[in-house]
Every structure is written in structure tokens, then in C-alpha cells.
Design a protein around this ligand. Structure first.
Ligand SMILES: [Zn+2]
Length: 109
């Protein structure tokens, strides 16, 4: 199924998602809605047409505070298949965002 990726109000890419195996059963893919716990914004979304979205609590860029909870990043390390499907331009954006966070910390993690 086709999925659209929106970050900070802009369409940044699209990708194809297959069925997902959960506890031995196959399910159609679902979207993700990235919720900022500080301001309440849904600042990014992965939209799968005609499918519901799961909320993911990750701070927006403005409310980034902790290097291990990177605000403004859509990377979900526990969602291997979903992250593997991200298109190159979104992966490049992720690399840039993580480099910004690293620089904000003065190059120290
Ligand atoms: Zn926020």
C-alpha cells in the first residue's frame, strides 16, 4: 500500500508498505501520527490511505530536549520494516536532523 510522509506540514516523500506480521497474523499497514507531548502538535505523519494511524509520542523540533529522545526525528528504532521502507530523501533528512542534534550537544553524546 502507498504511504505518504508529511513532516512539519510538508509532503516529503512516499513509500510502499506491505502487510505486517504481528503475533503470527498478517495485518495491513497502519499510519503513524507523531505527537509532541509539550505542545500537542501532530508534527509529522505517515499516512496510509483508508487505514488508521497509531500515535507515536516524540517531541517536535521546537521542544527537543533530550538527545536520546530526538525531537523532530521520525526515526523509530523499534519499527525496522517501516524504517527500511523510508525513501532516500527522508533518510537524508533524518541524517541531517541527527547531525543537528549532535552539533547542538557540542559533538558529545
Ligand atoms: Zn512541540
Amino acid at each position: 500500500m502507498n504511504a505518504l510522509i508529511f513532516i512539519e506540514g510538508r509532503l516529503v516523500g512516499e513509500m510502499q508498505l506491505g502487510v505486517v506480521q504481528i503475533h503470527g497474523q498478517l495485518f495491513p499497514p497502519e499510519g503513524r501520527a507523531y505527537f509532541c507531548p509539550d505542545c500537542g502538535d501532530i508534527w509529522a505523519r505517515i499516512v496510509v490511505q483508508d487505514r488508521p494511524s497509531r500515535a507515536v509520542t516524540i517531541p517536535c523540533r521546537r521542544h527537543h530536549k533530550h538527545p536520546y529522545w530526538p525531537g523532530g526525528s521520525i526515526w523509530l528504532s523499534w519499527e525496522r520494516e517501516l524504517m527500511a521502507a523510508l525513501p532516500p530523501q527522508v533518510l537524508a533528512r533524518e541524517a541531517k536532523r541527527h547531525a543537528e542534534i549532535y552539533d547542538e550537544l557540542g559533538g558529545v553524546l
